[in-house]
Design a protein around this ligand. Sequence first.
Ligand SMILES: [Zn+2]
Length: 601
Amino acid sequence: MRQLVALLAATLLAACGGPPPPSLLVVSIDTLRADAVSAFGRETATTPRLDALAAAGTRFDAATTVTPLTLPAHAALFTGLRPARHGLTVNGARGKLPVPTLAERLRAQGWATGAFVSARVLDAGLGLAAGFERYDDDLHVAGGPPSPTERRGDATVDSALAWDRWEAPSFFAFVHLFDPHAPYAAPGGATGIDRAAYLDEVRYADAQLGRLLDGVLQRARGPLLVVVLSDHGEGLGEHGEETHGLLLNEATLHVPLVLAWLRGGEGRPFGRAGEVRTDVVSLLDVAPTLADVLGLPPLPDLDGVSVVAPRPGRPLPIETRAPSFYYGFSPLAGVRRDTLKVVGAPEARPPGWMLTDLAADPREVAGVPAGDSPLVALVRSPHPDVEAETGLDEATLRALGYAGGHAPEPAGGPRDDPRQRMELIVALDRANTDLAEGRPQAALDRLAAAVPADAVVSEVLLLRGRALRALKRHDEACEALGLACARQPSAELLTEWGAALLARDVAGGGDGAAARAALDSALRRAPDDPHAAALRAMCDLHIGDAGAALLRVREPLLRHARDVELLTVKLRALRALARAAEAEQAAAELRAVWPASPDLD
Ligand SMILES: [Zn+2]
């Protein structure tokens, strides 16, 4: 049957004139430093499959990401717009992308489209799923955690290879592997936070890439272009940064980029084996370049361009809002032009613009003050024109107890330069690890040692609130998270605050009104967030309204059928309503995802 459908499709396409256009497979290996790929760097034999692909195609030796953050970088990859223009400037942001994505454009032209991602940070609800007929972000695996935030490469590749559209005349598939992202714990490899453990993850991801390429090549029919890249690198301690997101050094900006035809590349762009491009290109250029190769007209006014032919001399934007969004510091922004790079903290005084010539100083240890370098004038603001998430509305503020409907104003004036605050950031990172590994008191102690008790830094307040909640110090937890929300009411913070307020009222017999207000506000910002929806339904259960709770989780469960919190609410509500047969069914659904749930005893 499948063969017949393919035959019919081929006949139709032939009737429309000519063979079907090429298929496209884009593989993003998250957090892959260019120098960890043996074809690019000093490591030997970490990535035999990617090396072979590079030898068969074109290797871009000087590719840079636009931002070292997963969601913002992927949105830039598929639009050709820098984060401040596509709007998803930090992880967890959500919104409709302002230009058609590569997937939307190809789907409109008849390509089958499918995406298979490995981390919650690329959840379909955030905006990246536009244009994909199939967007697989279900991270559950048999025997895995009940609420996974990532899945291993083998599970993602298995899911991708089970796609039923590889035989389509033309397809566009996107596969995202998350393994080299911290924590490093490759199957059979070293664990820890050092380079050796990181490289074991890289080796593992490369093996999964190989399995994917072998499987796809067996099934794909016509010409097939494969692109392998990373969204950003990893600090591994360079410049004081252990992971990525806050600084704009090459450890996290320099990414591998390989384009290779697995079949049918003769006479096409990038059709020559073993080509090495040394001109500087950006992830922003990938979508315009692929559109060009596949014969789509260029979109006007993008930040990236087609680099089928080299386009040296362009100022390429680099930016990160993470320091301001999470810590209240200045963001970092800069420009890369050929080997020159300028970076500064535009909201710090002084902004500390530094100029580096990467040809002479690839490790960026000898930058000089940029002075009147013309590159400084080319740096653009990393803030979006329109914030994806805006301040709290007056009704919410009143419900939360802010008299007069006014939240405390964030402190004005110049901000700290994050490059001067890396010790604090590393301490917060470790407090976060303490929390994730079940040591809330250790996290609290570390925070107390790192920052004055009266410091008002969103990330500190969030971590302190989480630690206090884990220690059941409910009033203090609510106070810390409330202050964080007043300064920066993101969906994530509001959900945390709502959870703390609900825990306080469940423990102390409160009515849950403040928790409802916080969670309603979170859901206005993130209507599709299953965690906020489940907590809001828990508020219904808390006041004995099981009918409302059941109604509230019905629609989220259509999109997140295996979410343990939603399934738990459903089960409790059905039991409260004494609908025994349906409760039995709900218990079976929960057991399938989380056999150890305490609700199943
Ligand atoms: Zn990433």
